[in-house]
Design a protein. Structure first.
Length: 252
């Protein structure tokens, strides 16, 4: 990575759904290791932004640049090979499989891309070692044989973050990782996010203003598909337009 190269750049991105602009000329850039929150009322275009960054949806206009490389037309798996990972607003775990099996699938999906020429037994040993390391590092060892469906929702959300980490991302996008969690569960997930490798660039969509203010060094506010404010937590907290948007939307 060259000096000063941005891990992620979103340039003038517009996404149109049948005449409706879910995103309208959004430009964002991110520093290596930055913690950024994206906030804004429901329907502001936050998830659409993640879909365009990851390649789930093509933008109607604009560019996405990962580590200096224009990826706007690259499929999802090519972007993940460059170090991009995400979690979803809704749970995407396999409920009938155990935690170990879910982690193994995520690790295997990545190793297939990288170590295709490994002999099977070596690939298998590498896979189990990597799974065990992840489960231990993230405090999931005791839960390894539990089925996802047996876990609390808070534990499931933690497992999703660990799965995203299984791909060893350099840029990690988290879509509302604390949605639907109790205060206690939110605290656990927030602590987990804080512990992630500081060299990873983390972009977090967050509905909970307290969590956003706590985790992020910089906050971007989207409203009706446009970037309406960006700044430090202090600047955003005292921004009258942001207060108005949040009051208007009936959020706190
Ligand atoms: P947020 O995540 O900020 O709540 P979204 O990005 O999910 O908002 O949605 C932004 C707007 O785009 C909403 O009005 C939503 O209904 C619309 N939208 C999102 N995805 C699609 C889609 N695939 N087709 C049509 N409209 C969509
Ligand atoms: Mg959303």
């Amino acid at each position: 990575m060259g000096a000063g190269m941005k891990p992620l750049l979103v340039e003038s991105v517009t996404k149109n759904f049948g005449g409706f602009n879910a995103l309208n000329g959004v430009t964002l850039d991110f520093e290596p290791g930055e913690r950024r929150a994206i906030i804004g009322p429901n329907g502001a275009g936050k998830t659409t932004l993640f879909n365009v960054i990851t390649g789930v949806l093509p933008p109607s206009a604009g560019r996405v640049v990962l580590f200096g490389r224009d990826v706007t037309r690259l499929p999802m798996h090519r972007r993940s090979a460059l170090g991009l990972a995400r979690t979803f607003q809704i749970n995407t775990l396999f409920p009938k499989l155990t935690i170990t099996e879910n982690v193994a699938l995520a690790v295997q999906a990545q190793t297939r891309l990288r170590y295709v020429c490994y002999r099977p037994w070596r690939a298998y040993r590498a896979l189990t070692e990597r799974c065990d390391a992840l489960l231990t590092a993230w405090g999931l060892w005791d839960l390894r044989d539990a089925r996802v469906s047996e876990l609390s929702y808070g534990d499931q959300r933690q497992v999703e973050i660990v799965l995203a980490m299984a791909t060893q991302p350099k840029v990690l996008l988290l879509d509302e990782p604390t949605a639907g969690l109790s205060t206690a569960e939110t605290a656990v997930v927030t602590a987990l996010i804080k512990q992630l490798d500081p060299s990873i660039t983390i972009v977090l969509i967050e509905h909970d203003m307290d969590v956003a203010l706590h985790l992020a060094e910089r906050i971007t506010v989207l409203h009706y598909g446009e970037k309406v404010a960006e700044g430090s937590p202090e600047e955003i907290k005292t921004n009258p337009l942001v207060a108005e948007i949040y009051l208007g939307a009936g959020l706190t």
